[in-house]
Design a protein around this ligand. Structure first.
Ligand code: AMP
Ligand code: ZN
Length: 115
């Protein structure tokens, strides 16, 4: 599976829907979350459509690692050494978009455990 014509994040990856893109790599695209939960809140997504992080890791371990290194680059570019990475998986865990995405949050104290 490479794309899903009904998927919001596939459309941001291709540019069909505008996104505030801050970083691109061969296998990933990073854009600002439309409803930010911290001063820095970026989503790093694989260009390839997979429904969640585990499915992505099974299909493409290289792209999965690239999400994490892209997240570090996004945070560093905005001056953050410390940041939180989150993969919500499944509706009960808060996943609303079923295209794998890594949340990158920084710029405020992060509570633990998360809500
Ligand atoms: P999740 O709830 O983990 O599936 O995360 C989905 C995220 O996508 C939420 O934080 C939304 O605010 C964000 N989101 C939804 N639509 C857009 C959009 N058009 N551009 C950027 N972020 C979006
Ligand atoms: Zn998709």
């Amino acid at each position: 599976m490479t794309a899903d014509t009904d998927c919001l994040f596939c459309k941001i990856v291709t540019g069909e829907i505008p996104g505030d893109v801050v970083h691109r790599t061969e296998r990933t695209v990073a854009f600002r979350d439309i409803n930010p939960q911290a001063p820095l809140h970026v989503l790093v997504v694989p260009r390839e459509h997979l429904p969640n992080a585990a499915a992505l890791a099974e299909a493409d371990p290289v792209a999965t690692a690239e999400l994490v290194t892209a997240a570090k680059a996004v945070a560093a570019a905005e001056g953050y050494d410390d940041y939180r990475l989150v993969f919500n998986t499944g509706a009960d865990a808060g996943q609303t978009v079923f295209h794998a995405h890594l949340h990158v949050l920084a710029g405020r104290g992060q509570t633990w455990p998360p809500g």
